[in-house]
Design a protein around this ligand. Structure first.
Ligand SMILES: [Zn+2]
Length: 152
């Protein structure tokens, strides 16, 4: 899933589960649960996908939206907002491990895989254009949960 979808889920966990010792591991686990659910993918071979304009636009959107989410939390300061910001980061962070795969794809080099990258890849069994419908629905549910809490 996109980083912002992961981050919003993490923020919702942080806001809802006020206990850090529970919320932080839950936020981390949510990354893998969400990646195992249907989500968007261009349906191209990985190197083509990572070099596609769509991927770049979505990556840029993530790079803008994730800090914006943390900024909104920091400005509005709902209860447990710091935990929410930490959980947003933890929920999105596992994909930072993919930076090297992205860099190599951009240079036209084959990905260097390891046990973790193979695991992270394998759980994303439904990463296809149609998965975008489920991902968009999840995004909307997170908006419906987060907006009223953050707006207060
Ligand atoms: Zn992931």
């Amino acid at each position: 899933m996109r980083a912002i979808t992961h981050a919003m889920t993490g923020a919702a966990i942080g806001l809802g589960v006020s206990e850090p010792a529970v919320a932080v591991p839950m936020a981390l686990a949510s990354h893998y649960v969400l990646d195992a659910l249907p989500h968007y993918g261009g349906g191209l071979p990985e190197s083509e996908e990572l070099n596609s304009p769509t991927f770049r636009v979505l990556l840029l959107a993530d790079i803008c939206l994730c800090p914006l989410l943390v900024l909104l939390l920091a400005v509005q300061r709902p209860q447990h907002w710091i935990l929410a910001a930490i959980c947003a980061f933890v929920a999105a962070a596992p994909d930072l491990a993919s930076i090297n795969i992205y860099r190599r794809a951009r240079r036209g080099e084959p990905p260097k895989t390891n046990r973790y990258t193979r695991f992270a890849h394998a759980i994303q069994w439904f990463e296809r254009p149609l998965g975008g419908i489920f991902e968009a629905a999840w995004f909307m549910v997170m908006l419906v949960i987060l907006v009223p809490i953050i707006r207060k």
